[in-house]
Design a protein around this ligand. Structure first.
Ligand SMILES: *[C@@H]1O[C@H](CO)[C@@H](O)[C@H](O)[C@H]1NC(C)=O
Ligand SMILES: *[C@@H]1O[C@H](CO)[C@@H](O)[C@H](O)[C@H]1NC(C)=O
Ligand SMILES: *[C@@H]1O[C@H](CO)[C@@H](O)[C@H](O)[C@H]1NC(C)=O
Length: 640
């Protein structure tokens, strides 16, 4: 079938688009770091002497409707030029305000909204280049500035590519002289001839740096050059990766002090931050007069913050930083080889400074005995613990993987009472045993008498027994305000625990993780038989419990009796092939909200066993996730 012949209008637009595209690819280098202005110079181009139309002329000549049709035909670099020309026409800056253009804004009383209409074109370009990222991150209703997102992500790709070249042993020379690959250049120019200066990293930093709010910078990029190139950016979030040397640390400090006014979030990953370096970093992130900082989130992951030779030295700069920032909301120190005494000092500092912190994470740090350690230096702090000062705003406390034992929990309870608004506590991966959980039960039952009680509680892999956890569930069920989320995964509770669990399912809990607690077939049978007639669950994880066919019966009963159920994970339960039919029979009435039923890791199941299983869908996605026919080793495919 022959396509309809193109209209004269679309031929004209194609011709103008081609001309603007060629102009963008061959134009002259524009200086300065004004937002946008990709090159925007019309007239004779440097090399060929070919005449191209200036974006300004196009923006002036065409009505908005045609400009938008034109926009959808342009590559990013050309759209950038047109966008700025159109923006100047719509909302001239003070310098060009006299004369044309003013009316277009004011007469219609819609100001910039016309220009923002290019947002659709930008979004289409973003989707074209990063199709997966789009769906994952921007399903919400928030208005996204796609032009900003586009160039921010483009710049991040340029930086990441530059790191790869800069890390090669053969690399000498300047970071900013590094060139961007033809592949990336192709995305923005839609052309193979790329003028040399366009492909320099420095060009991209100075051109698109103004769009960057959030950047991830690796070791070699933390230099004075990059800092200078990004000086016009309004950076809000900086993530630093592998900062090891003094030189790199100096680069970090330069970037931080340059952006201290706009920065909201700083993160370090795989870095070596000695106390002296940390002092400098914290100092750089502060604004000087008055001494303060606006950082909301500060996190350090998988990095060392102590010196091997002198592990007890701690950064006074960091403590000052914590006590200074009235804006600090989140502090996360994960896998930092922190000493127990440091952890204690952090809590004391936050208490003393009446911090407004909301989330405190000290995880993977082996701080056993932290609250016991009384050192000379911290004597003056002990008053904070004994006084009435509270961390009134703290709602999330995560102490995962710190090798805390039951003795530590006793001391922890003295700190927990200073967190009256705590809603979310994670104590997982600490060997606290039943003695530890009993101490926490005392604390938890007290919080339930308050206005705001505990909402989420995780005690995974804590060496708990059936006895201790049964006591916990009794406490949790006895109160009027139900816990929203409970995870007791990876504790060996056994089948005899099932009766208490079934009763607890009637408490109103929404999210439950009982992965790998040794329920076995008997446990699932008890659960099924004792399941309350109405269960409020939304999410449950019963994976790795070796339940066999009884697990399938439990799941099908649960689907019938939990009308709000959204997701079930019954993976790795040795389900036999006939399980699929049992579960699908429960799904058939199709009255439930279930979106996802994960049955991975049950090697006797596959799509082939019961083909009807594939027909159950919610929002276009398959509900049942079963191992594929290739066998147990096939990769886990989330998005069919
Ligand atoms: C800080 O962290 C919180 C929790 O992870 C997040 O919701 C928030 O967006 C972050 N803020 C900034 C400025 O990055
Ligand atoms: C955990 O803490 C105990 C003291 O409570 C200590 O003896 C043990 O070595 C620590 N474990 C690890 C892995 O460091
Ligand atoms: C549930 O189980 C799976 C293993 O099958 C695990 O990877 C996942 O993290 C668990 N979900 C939650 C919410 O902990």
């Amino acid at each position: 079938m022959a396509a309809a012949p193109p209209s004269l209008l679309s031929l004209c637009l194609d011709a103008v688009a081609a001309d603007l595209t060629a102009g963008a690819a061959g134009g002259r280098r524009a200086g300065g770091c004004r937002r946008g202005d990709f090159e925007g110079v019309g007239g004779e181009d440097g090399e060929g002497g070919h005449l191209t139309i200036a974006p300004e002329e196009v923006a002036d000549a065409l009505p908005w409707e045609l400009l938008h049709q034109l926009a959808s035909r342009l590559p990013p670099a050309a759209l950038e030029s047109l966008h700025h020309a159109a923006h100047d026409r719509c909302c001239p800056s003070a310098a060009t305000a006299v004369g044309f253009g003013v009316s277009d804004c004011d007469r219609r009383g819609i100001k910039r909204s016309r220009c923002e209409d290019f947002n659709t074109a930008w979004q289409a370009l973003f989707r074209l280049r990063w199709p997966l990222y789009c769906n994952a991150a921007h399903d919400s209703l928030v208005t996204v500035d796609w032009q900003q997102k586009y160039w921010e992500k483009h710049l991040q790709e340029c930086l990441d590519e530059a790191v790869e070249s800069a890390l090669l042993p053969s690399f000498y020379g300047n970071i900013d002289e590094l060139t961007i690959s033809a592949k990336i250049m192709g995305y923005i120019l839609h052309s193979e001839d790329i003028p040399q200066h366009y492909s320099k990293l420095s060009y991209h930093c100075s051109k698109f740096g103004c769009y960057a709010r959030c950047l991830r910078l690796q070791s070699v990029l933390c230099t004075a050059e990059i800092s200078a190139l990004l000086k016009c950016s309004k950076l809000e979030t900086l993530m630093f990766v592998r900062i090891i040397s003094e030189l790199e640390a100096s680069g970090v400090c330069m970037l931080l002090s340059c952006h201290a006014e706009t920065l909201l979030s700083i993160e370090f990953i795989h870095c070596k931050l000695s106390p002296a370096v940390m002092d400098r970093i914290c100092n750089s992130a502060c604004q000087k007069e008055p001494l303060n900082h606006g950082i909301q989130n500060f996190s350090i992951k998988s990095s060392s913050i102590c010196e091997k030779s002198n592990p007890l030295t701690i950064s006074a700069g960091l403590l000052d930083f914590l006590s200074l920032g009235k804006s600090l909301r989140l502090l996360s120190l994960s896998d930092t080889k922190m000493q127990p005494s440091f952890a204690k000092l952090i809590v004391h500092t936050l208490l003393e400074s009446s911090s407004g912190i909301q989330t405190l994470e000290i995880t993977e740090n082996n701080i056993a005995g932290w609250l016991k350690t009384v050192e000379k230096r911290s004597v003056c702090f002990s008053s904070a613990l004994e006084s009435n000062i509270c961390l009134n705003s703290l709602t999330v406390l995560n102490l995962r993987g710190n090798n805390l034992s039951n003795g530590d929990i006793e001391d922890l309870c003295n700190v927990l009472v200073k967190m009256p608004d705590l809603r979310d506590l994670d104590i997982s991966d600490n060997p606290i045993k039943d003695e530890g959980i009993r101490l926490l039960i005392c604390f938890i039952s007290r919080t339930f008498q308050k206005e705001k009680s505990l909402w989420k509680f995780r005690a995974e892999n804590c060496d708990l027994s059936n006895i201790g956890v049964t006591e916990l569930l009794k406490c949790l069920s006895s109160v009027s305000k139900p816990l929203n989320l409970l995870s007791i995964a990876d504790n060996h509770l056994g089948s005899s625990f099932a009766a208490a669990l079934a009763e607890f399912l009637g408490s109103g809990v929404r999210e439950l993780n009982v992965e790998d607690i040794g329920l076995g077939p008997l446990g699932f049978q008890i659960l099924e038989e004792a399941l309350p007639s109405e269960v409020a669950l939304s999410h449950i994880n019963v994976s790795k419990n070796r339940g066999g066919i009884r697990a399938a019966h439990f799941v099908s009963r649960l689907i019938r009796q939990a009308p709000g159920l959204l997701s079930v994970n019954a993976g790795s339960n040795l389900l036999p092939p006939e399980s699929l039919e049992i579960i699908c029979n429960a799904l058939k009435p199709n009255t439930c909200d279930l979106e996802r039923l994960n049955l991975m890791g049950n090697n006797h199941l596959s799509n082939a066993v019961f083909p009807a299983a594939q027909e159950f869908r919610k929002h276009g996605k398959q509900i049942l996730i079963v191992p594929s026919q290739q066998g147990p080793c096939a990769p886990y495919d989330d998005d069919p």
